[in-house]
Design a protein around this ligand. Structure first.
Ligand SMILES: [Zn+2]
Length: 561
C-alpha cells in the first residue's frame, strides 16, 4: 500500500509562478495563439502600420503582458482580482542583455496602487522586439483591506521601539505593501521600512548592519525583521604569503597605492577597528607602498580584481553595481563582540555591508591570515553585492538559502575557472580553513559538511540569528547540489552538456533577470530553465531539449519541482 507522504513545511512566499517561452514545447500552442490573436484582433494590434521594431521595448513588453493576461490563450495567467479591483503592472526597469542579445522589461504587481511584495514579471524580447518569454510570480492578497489603520509615523515608532535592535530611523521611509506573513501563511497590509541601520541591544547575537522592518498596518506590530546584508559564516583563511599575485596599483612619485582605476577596485586597512561600533570609519585608510604591502592587503586586492575581471569578461557585468562603481574592500576588521575569545584580536568572518566588503583576520603563530585570502570567499561576498543590487533576495527562509547558494555557485566557479574541465574541480568551499580542519561547505556532497542535499531533509528553523534566519546556511546545500548536478550533467558520449561559462551565465541571468525578494527554490528552477531557453535559442531543437532536460533532472534529483 502506498504511504501518504506528510507535506513538509518548507515556507511559502504566497506567490504563484507562471512561464511561457517560444522555445518551450509546452508553450508552442499558447505563443502561436497569441500571435494569431495579435494579427487578427484590433484590440491587441500595436497600431495601424506600426511594427514591434519601431516601438520602444517598454511599450512593446507592456502590450505583450496585457495581451497575455487578457487572452484565453493563457487561461492560467490572469491579473489577480481582489474585491473587484484588478491588479496593475508597473514597469521597474528595462535592460539590454549583451550575453543573449535580448531585452528584459521587469514589472511590479500593484493592487489599489499598493505593491505586492516580492511579485515580479519579466518579459523578454528578442533583437526585433518579438516576444521571447514571460516569467512571473504574482499574488492574490484576498481579504486584506487596502486601508492602513496606523500612520506612517506610528510605523517608524514601532521600528525604533523594537526590543531586539536599536534602530537609526533618521532616514526611515515607510512604504505600504501587501506582505505575505510567512509565520501565519497569510497576506496582510504592512509598512515596509528598508535599509534601517541597526545595532544590537543585547550582546552575543550576530547581526548585519542594515535591516528591513515590516510593520503590520493593522496592529502596528513589527511582524518581520529582515537582514539586508548577510554575514559570512565562520571561515579561516589560507596563508596569505604562499601565492605570488599580479595586480594593478596607482602610482604617485615613489608611492604605490592599492587602487586599480581600470577595474575600479580599491583596498583599505581598517587597522583592527570594529566595523559594528565604528561603521562611520569604514572603509579606513588607503594602503600605500612604501612601506611594503602586507600579504593580507595583497590577497584582498588581487582577489577582488580577479572577481571584477570575471564579472566583466564572463558575465559582461560592469562590477557589483553594473555601472562600473568602485568595489571597496577593507581588511583587518575586528568585530569585538564576535571575536575569538572576546579578545578583540581575531575575527573569523567576512561580509558585504551593503556598500563594501569587510574582512576579518586570524592569527596563526605570528602570521596574519586575512579572510580575503581565499578567492571563493571573496567571490561569494562580492556576489552577495550583486544579489543586493538586483534580485534583492531576502536573507531568510528559502530566498535566503538561494541567496547563499548563488554566492556559493559563483565562489566555486570563479575559484575553479582556470580549469576548463569541471571533472577536475575542487568542490570544497574554504578548503580546510575551519579550526577543526574541515572545509566550510562541500558543493558536490553537502551532507559531508552537515548540509541537506534534498528537499526531504529541508531544515526547518526559526527566523532568528540563532536559527540561522530559517536555515539559510543549511538549506543552501539543496540548491548547491542542484547547481552541482547541472555542472556535471553529461551527454551519452560522456562529455559535459554545459561548459563552466554556460553555467555561470545561465545562473547569473536567472538571478539578475528572473528572481525577486521572496523567490523560492522552485522559482529558481523556473528561472534557470527560462534562461536556458533564451541563451541557447540559436541551437537546434534537440540540443536545446537536451539542455532543458538536464536542468529539470538536476533539480528533480534534489526534490525541487
Ligand atoms: Zn554568504
Amino acid at each position: 500500500m502506498a504511504r501518504k507522504l506528510a507535506k513538509k513545511k518548507t515556507y511559502s512566499n504566497g506567490l504563484q509562478g507562471f512561464s511561457v517561452h517560444t522555445n518551450a514545447l509546452g508553450s508552442k500552442a499558447t505563443i502561436s495563439s497569441l500571435l494569431k490573436e495579435r494579427a487578427s484582433s484590433p484590440r491587441f494590434a500595436f497600431g495601424k502600420g506600426v511594427t514591434a521594431e519601431a516601438l520602444d521595448p517598454e511599450t512593446i513588453a507592456r502590450a505583450y503582458l496585457q495581451q497575455t493576461l487578457a487572452s484565453k490563450a493563457a487561461p492560467s495567467f490572469t491579473a489577480p482580482v481582489v474585491a473587484k479591483v484588478e491588479s496593475e503592472f508597473k514597469t521597474i526597469g528595462t535592460e539590454a542583455i549583451p550575453l543573449t542579445g535580448t531585452t528584459t522589461v521587469k514589472f511590479r504587481q500593484t493592487l489599489n496602487k499598493i505593491p505586492v511584495y516580492g511579485a515580479l514579471v519579466t518579459v523578454e524580447l528578442d533583437e526585433k522586439n518579438q516576444l521571447l518569454g514571460i516569467n512571473s510570480s504574482i499574488g492574490t492578497p484576498k481579504g486584506v483591506s487596502p486601508i492602513a489603520r496606523i500612520s506612517a509615523a506610528e510605523a517608524v515608532t514601532a521600528v525604533s521601539s523594537h526590543p531586539e535592535y536599536k534602530a537609526d530611523v533618521t532616514n526611515a521611509v515607510p512604504r505600504l505593501n501587501y506582505f505575505y506573513d510567512v509565520a501565519k501563511s497569510k497576506w496582510t497590509l504592512a509598512f515596509i521600512v528598508e535599509d534601517v541601520p541597526v545595532a544590537k541591544r543585547k550582546a552575543h547575537s550576530r547581526i548585519p548592519v542594515l535591516m528591513d522592518y515590516v510593520v503590520d498596518a493593522g496592529s502596528g506590530k513589527v511582524i518581520a525583521t529582515i537582514p539586508r546584508t548577510p554575514t559570512m559564516a565562520i571561515v579561516t583563511a589560507v596563508d596569505c604569503l604562499e601565492a605570488n599575485r599580479t595586480f594593478q596599483v596607482k602610482t604617485s612619485g615613489n608611492s604605490k597605492t592599492l587602487l586599480d582605476s581600470t577595474l575600479n577596485v580599491q583596498t583599505f586597512d581598517f587597522k583592527k577597528k570594529d566595523p559594528e561600533t565604528k561603521p562611520e570609519a569604514l572603509p579606513g585608510s588607503a594602503i600605500s607602498n612604501p612601506p611594503s604591502f602586507s600579504p593580507s592587503a595583497v590577497s584582498a586586492h588581487a582577489n577582488a580584481s580577479e572577481v571584477s575581471s570575471f564579472m566583466r569578461t564572463i558575465l559582461m557585468r560592469n562590477n557589483i553595481d553594473g555601472a562600473g562603481g568602485m568595489m571597496i574592500s577593507s581588511i583587518n576588521c575586528i568585530q569585538v563582540s564576535e571575536s575569538v575569545g572576546g579578545l578583540g584580536r581575531e575575527w573569523i568572518n567576512a561580509f558585504w555591508n551593503g556598500k563594501q566588503m569587510v574582512y576579518g583576520l586570524r592569527l596563526k603563530g605570528r602570521t596574519v591570515l586575512s579572510l580575503s585570502a581565499d578567492l571563493d570567499v571573496v567571490a561569494h561576498e562580492m556576489m552577495h553585492g550583486v544579489t543586493d543590487k538586483t534580485a534583492k533576495l531576502e536573507y531568510r527562509f528559502q530566498s535566503g538559502a538561494i541567496n547563499e547558494s548563488y554566492s556559493d555557485i559563483f565562489g566555486v566557479i570563479v575559484h575553479n575557472f582556470s580549469k576548463p574541465d569541471q571533472g577536475t574541480w575542487d568542490w570544497s568551499i574554504g578548503a580546510g580553513l575551519q579550526p577543526n580542519g574541515r572545509p566550510f561547505r562541500n558543493f558536490q556532497n553537502p551532507p559531508e559538511e552537515g548540509q541537506p542535499d534534498n528537499m526531504k531533509d529541508f531544515v526547518v528553523s526559526p527566523d532568528t540569528d540563532q536559527g540561522d534566519n530559517g536555515g539559510v546556511h543549511a538549506n543552501s546545500g539543496i540548491h548547491n547540489k542542484a547547481a552541482y548536478n547541472v555542472l556535471s550533467s553529461i551527454k551519452p558520449d560522456g562529455t559535459f552538456i554545459f561548459t563552466p561559462r554556460d553555467v555561470a551565465i545561465v545562473f547569473y541571468l536567472a538571478l539578475t533577470q528572473h528572481l525577486s525578494r521572496t523567490s523560492q527554490f522552485s522559482d529558481s528552477r523556473r528561472a534557470v530553465i527560462q534562461t536556458v531557453r533564451t541563451f541557447f535559442r540559436a541551437q537546434s531543437a534537440a540540443d536545446l531539449a537536451e539542455r532543458v532536460t538536464a536542468i529539470e533532472q538536476a533539480f528533480d534529483a534534489v526534490g525541487i519541482n
